[in-house]
Ligand binder design. Structure first.
Ligand SMILES: *Cc1c(COP(=O)(O)O)cnc(C)c1O
Length: 427
């Protein structure tokens, strides 16, 4: 494969856009080399600026669960665009999408649309704080909830106490209100709760983590969180930006059989256009402006093009829930194939999977939290990533990202992928 034009485009982009990209992971910093510039995509395939065809395991980081340029979504957007792209006034389609989302997701009465997952999580936390009258939140190391200040926090020196900023520009003042716990470790949560009695507004979590690779909650972990929240009057916020409308109609709440208090959405709910959302029962959502005192707004929120893409996407998923099974089956098939090949090579590895989320970690230890995920061998990952790319397979360019399968992938594509792994590790 040649990447001449991609490399030239990247060089030019770097002159005008910081690092040449509008979101850091796209720059391939973790794996080295120049990123691929995409020209177009259809179904499971990307076509880059050098004319290469790649089998895509990112699907725009999740939204394109039915594959690229899915016709009902594209047609809905085209038809809508002809009638105007934005009004800043209420439109019927916002209610249509809200009604459908509320009917699919358990345990919510109302939903508010925003423009990204970041906005959804940021607003959900403000709502939780406003509703509860408390300031602090607990988040888990390695979980990603977008780039707003309160989430860009790393473990401070006191570990289980206060977080500290993990980006310049995030103030100490903000960091002190975010407390860091370890995924799959209820004791770490209990210790924080005990040390901060009556101060914690919310616990926010990726119910199945996807931003430190895929990490599955251990039996009892989510039940334990629910119980702590009930006992201590803390709101449980499920960040379902990745899991929502991917693990099933009802997302992780349904898949894990746990009710959260506030839900955050993004990715699939926008069908590939910029949409996020947060939702809860009436009691909580009525705290939001203009009904209640917690302010939240957006010039382009509920944008008709974005709503039409989301509506077309959720309509498909709602009418054909077998899609979720089909995706999970394909992911399981890939899991088996990868497992067989990697085992035969004698390289230490772990494969984590839940539904259509899957990740490969080159480490001997089971990957259950950020610490164990971070132990993965990045040199092996780089070889794997670039080897796969040479074989026409586009994997996430970081060991901390899970793959996003889309239902346009065929079993033949999956076989091709497993064969590519075999040849990469033969070399
Ligand atoms: C992608 C993601 C976000 C952020 O969404 P953006 O649309 O990128 O702002 C938040 N939470 C989770 C779990 C995500 O996967």
């Amino acid at each position: 494969m040649i990447y001449k034009r991609s490399s030239a485009l990247f060089a030019e982009a770097k002159s005008y856009i910081p690092g040449g990209v509008n979101s850091p992971v796209r720059a391939f910093k973790a794996v080295g080399g120049d990123p691929i510039f995409v020209n177009e995509a259809k179904g499971a395939y990307l076509y880059d600026e050098d004319g290469n065809r790649l089998i895509d395991y990112i699907a725009s980081w999740g939204p394109l669960i039915l594959g690229h340029a899915y016709e009902p979504v594209i047609n809905a957007v085209i038809e809508k665009a002809k009638k105007g792209t934005s009004f800043g006034m209420p439109t019927e389609i916002e209610t249509e999408l809200a009604k459908l989302a509320v009917s699919m997701v358990p345990n919510i009465d109302k939903i508010r649309f925003v423009n990204s997952g970041t906005e959804a999580c940021m607003s959900a936390v403000r709502l939780a704080r406003g509703f509860s009258g408390k300031d602090k939140i607990i988040k888990f190391a390695g979980c990603y909830h977008g780039h707003s200040d309160s989430f860009l926090i790393q473990a401070g020196s006191g570990a289980v106490t206060f977080g500290s900023p993990n980006s310049p520009g995030v103030t100490q003042g903000t960091a002190k209100d975010t407390l860091l716990a370890n995924y799959n470790d209820l004791d770490s949560v209990e210790a924080i709760v005990k040390a901060n009695k009556e101060e914690i507004a919310a616990i926010i979590i990726e119910p199945v983590a996807g931003n430190m690779g895929c990490i599955v909650p251990k039996d009892g972990f989510m039940q334990g969180l629910r119980k702590i929240c009930d006992q201590e009057n803390i709101l449980l916020v499920f960040d379902e930006v990745m899991t929502g409308f991917r693990l099933g109609k009802g997302g992780a709440q349904e898949a894990l059989n746990i009710n959260a208090d506030i839900l955050c959405f993004g990715k699939v709910i926008g069908g590939g256009l910029p949409v996020g959302a947060f939702a809860a029962r009436n009691e909580i959502m009525d705290y939001l402006a203009p009904e209640g005192p917690v302010y939240q707004a957006g010039t382009l929120s509920g944008n008709p093009l974005a709503m039409s893409a989301g509506l077309a996407m959720l309509t498909e998923l709602n009418a054909h829930p077998e899609i979720f099974k089909s995706l999970a089956d394909k992911t399981e098939y890939l899991h088996k194939g990868l497992d067989e090949v990697l085992r035969s090579k004698g390289i230490p590895y772990q494969i984590n999977r839940f539904g259509s989320m899957i990740s490969v970690h080159f480490t001997e230890e089971p990957v259950v939290d950020f610490q164990t995920s971070a132990k993965g061998n990045n040199e092996t990952f780089k070889k794997y990533f670039h080897g796969m790319l040479q074989n026409g397979i586009y994997l996430p360019p970081s060991a901390f990202e899970s793959y996003f399968l889309n239902d346009a992938l065929t079993y033949h594509d999956l076989d091709e992928t497993v064969n590519a792994v075999n040849s990469v590790f033969n070399e």
